[in-house]
Design a protein around this ligand. Structure first.
Ligand code: NAD
Length: 434
């Protein structure tokens, strides 16, 4: 089929490349004139496992093209996927739909007769119905559940597909687009617009709630000297609760979860439904960042001014270079404001981190970041950080003190190597030689 993908960010570039991989002819459309030439040359605009290979292969093979012209895209496609951003509004917690409005408006004007416009962006419930009324084109809503770091895998082999449709024809077209995915046995839920929109915001709200639940338990553990890692392990054995998303740490960030739960609570309030618990989920999440700073201050003898702090991690999660609302960078920037001498290292997100926080110090390797540090903060769970040798690391730092903000390091190993080791929700420190 001939498809277009409007918006070539984390979602759209992945979707475009994966649709080409499924055998479709695809044109990606973006208004960012800086992004399109790189994509045309076969370069993925960000780090995502396997994406560079797909973009390079399918642009070279001619199945994947990119343009800034809606006219060209409209004349080309039978199905147009709208993947533009829906950031938080500046004046309130609701979603900024201006990019979505623009994309549907422009494609509505340029699309061929009979084309289907499919929304994939995460939007407040009620948006699809309004867009269908406003633009008089056939619309479907097909929310996206990909996880950054696994985006290609999740697009080619999703755990489910959701089609919000009003007509059998829209469903038929989407079944053709996703033919190979459905043939592989992927579960499909066909529903109305509102429910399709809600599946996405409900899923993100559930995941955020689970993370904040265990982080609230971490707060209780800190108050009584318990150990949230053991608590989490014991809870996870209960099949009704499950182990996933139950690791205490510095909390969630990124371009989706924080803004999506705020937008959902905001939209629900407009509809007269009180989802105030999501505000508490948000507040617990933000408090974990404060807790890391509090621990850092304690470990630096109550004074951050001039303290040399190594921050391991800048991306909001591993296997991504996305630094949007990254807990690691948020903590790093706040320590910097408090006068600490902060050095950040991340395997993939250095360029984005530098753009977002140009005044922070950056190192080119873990070793460089650790050298001379009085405190180490482990804030993004990259596999590289998990295998750091604590004995070797102790030789590099000035003082062996570490906060594991991801609950991922082996406390016993680090302690045995002479480190003062603190984790969020962890037991109080054991005395060490230093
Ligand atoms: P992004 O900011 O990385 O990408 C958005 C892209 O859209 C940018 O390249 C921008 O230049 C382009 N754009 C903006 N207005 C445009 C217009 N009028 N026409 C054409 N292009 C335009 O955002 P993202 O992370 O890809 O997220 C996009 C949407 O997908 C959001 O609603 C998000 O909540 C949702 N989503 C994201 C993910 C994820 O993991 N990133 C997962 C599921 C859903």
């Amino acid at each position: 089929m001939r498809l277009t993908v409007i918006g070539t960010g984390y979602l759209g570039a992945t979707h475009a490349a994966c649709m080409a991989e499924l055998g479709h002819e695809v044109v990606g459309v973006d208004v960012d004139r800086g992004k399109v030439p790189a994509l045309r040359a076969g370069r993925a605009p960000f780090h995502e496992p396997r994406l560079s290979d797909l973009v390079a292969r399918h642009t070279a093979g001619g199945r994947l093209r990119f343009t800034t012209s809606y006219e060209e895209a409209g004349a080309f496609g039978q199905v147009h996927f709208v993947c533009v951003g829906t950031p938080q509004r500046r004046d309130c917690e609701g979603a900024d739909l201006s990019h979505v409005e623009h994309a549907f408006g422009a494609m509505g004007r340029h699309a061929r007769k009979g084309a289907l416009l499919v929304g994939k962006s995460t939007v407040p419930v009620g948006t699809a119905a309004r867009l269908a009324d406003d633009h008089g084109v056939e619309i479907a809503w097909n929310p996206e559940f990909l996880r950054e770091g696994f985006a290609v895998e999740d697009t080619l082999r999703p755990d489910r597909l959701v089609f919000g449709v009003r007509t059998p024809r829209a469903e038929r077209l989407l079944r053709c687009v996703y033919g190979p995915v459905l043939a592989a046995g992927t579960p499909l839920v066909v529903t109305d617009f509102a429910t399709a929109e809600l599946v996405k915001t409900a899923a993100n709200s559930f995941l955020a709630t689970k993370i904040s639940f265990i982080n609230a338990m971490a707060e209780v553990c800190e108050a009584v000297g318990g150990d949230v890692r053991s608590l989490s392990e014991a809870l996870g054995h209960d099949g009704r609760i499950g182990r996933e998303f139950l690791r205490a740490g510095v909390g969630f960030g990124g371009g989706c979860l924080p803004k999506d739960i705020r937008a959902f609570a905001h939209r629900a309030a407009e509809l007269g439904v009180d989802l105030g618990f999501l505000r508490e989920v948000d507040a617990i999440n933000m408090r974990r960042r404060d807790r890391v700073i509090e621990l850092a201050r304690q470990l630096c003898g109550g004074r951050l001014l001039g303290a040399r702090v190594a921050v391991l991690g800048a991306a909001f999660k591993p296997d991504s270079d996305d630094v949007r609302d990254s807990p690691a960078l948020n903590v790093a920037a706040r320590l910097d404001l408090d006068g600490a001498d902060v050095t950040v290292y991340d395997p993939e997100a250095m360029d984005n981190a530098r753009k977002a926080f140009p005044l922070l110090g950056y190192a080119l390797s873990v070793e460089e970041a650790l050298r001379g540090a009085e405190l180490v903060l482990h804030l993004t769970e990259w596999p590289q950080f998990r295998v750091i040798d604590p004995r070797r690391a102790a030789e590099l730092v000035r003082r062996p003190r570490i906060v594991d903000g991801r609950g991922a390091l082996d406390a016993a190993r680090w302690t045995a190597a002479g480190w003062l080791f603190r984790a969020l929700g962890g037991p109080p420190p054991r005395p060490t030689a230093s």
